[in-house]
Design a protein around this ligand. Structure first.
Ligand code: HEC
Length: 164
C-alpha cells in the first residue's frame, strides 16, 4: 500500500517541479524582455518603416514638435506656466544627442517614469497609444531626416549606450 502511494506521488512531484521551473523561466524571460525592449535598433533607411513613422509623427507628434520637426517657439525657455516647450527633433535640437534606447523609453513611458522622479512636463507617454513598432517607426522617421553624418554619430552614441 505504502509502496503504491510512493510510486503515484513521484510523477506528481516531477510535474510540480516542471511547472515551477517553467514559471521561473517565464518570469526570467519577462524581466529580460524589458532590457531587450530598450536595446532597439532604428531603421532610418527602411522606407516601409519611415513611411509608417511619418504617418505616426504627423498624427501624434507634429502638433507639438512641428510639422517639419522645428519644435515650439523659444523651446529653450520655460513658458509662463513654468513648463519647457517641445524641443525640435531636427538637428538644431538635442534629440540626436540621446541614444535610441533613451528616445524609445522616453516616448513610451514619459519623462517621469524614465528618470524615476517627479518632473512636471508636457511630453505625453505613448505606452497605451502606440505599439513598440510604431514608436520605433516614428523615431526611425525622425532619424531619417538628419544628415548622414549626424545619423552615423547617433549610431555611435547608441552603440556606446548599449554596451553600458
Ligand atoms: C503635447 C505636446 C507634445 C506631443 C504631442 C509630443 N511631445 Fe515630445 N515633448 C514635448 C515636450 C514639452 C518635451 C520637453 C519636455 C521637457 O523637457 O520638459 C518633449 C520631449 C520629447 C523628447 C525628448 C527630446 C530630448 O531631446 O530630450 C522626445 C524624444 C519626444 N518628445 C518625442 C515625441 C514623440 C516621438 C512624439 C509623438 C509620438 C511626441 N514627442 C509628442 C511635448 C510633446
Amino acid at each position: 500500500m505504502f509502496k503504491i502511494k510512493q510510486i503515484k506521488s513521484t510523477p506528481t512531484l516531477i510535474v510540480g517541479l516542471i511547472v515551477i521551473s517553467l514559471g521561473v523561466i517565464l518570469i526570467y524571460l519577462s524581466l529580460s524582455a524589458k532590457n531587450v525592449d530598450a536595446r532597439i535598433t532604428l531603421l532610418p533607411e527602411d522606407l516601409s518603416v519611415t513611411k509608417l513613422g511619418k504617418a505616426v509623427y504627423m498624427g501624434n507628434c507634429a502638433s507639438c514638435h512641428g510639422v517639419v520637426l522645428e519644435g515650439q517657439a523659444n523651446w529653450q525657455q520655460r513658458d509662463s506656466d513654468g513648463y519647457m516647450p517641445a524641443p525640435p527633433h531636427d538637428v538644431s535640437g538635442h534629440t540626436w544627442h540621446h541614444p535610441s534606447s533613451y528616445l524609445f523609453l522616453m516616448t513610451k513611458y514619459g519623462i517621469e517614469k524614465m528618470i524615476g522622479k517627479k518632473y512636471p512636463n508636457n511630453m505625453p507617454a505613448y505606452e497605451n497609444e502606440l505599439t513598440d513598432n510604431e514608436i520605433i517607426a516614428v523615431l526611425s522617421y525622425i532619424k531619417s531626416t538628419w544628415p548622414k553624418q549626424i545619423q552615423r554619430q547617433h549610431d555611435e552614441i547608441s552603440a556606446y549606450a548599449n554596451k553600458n
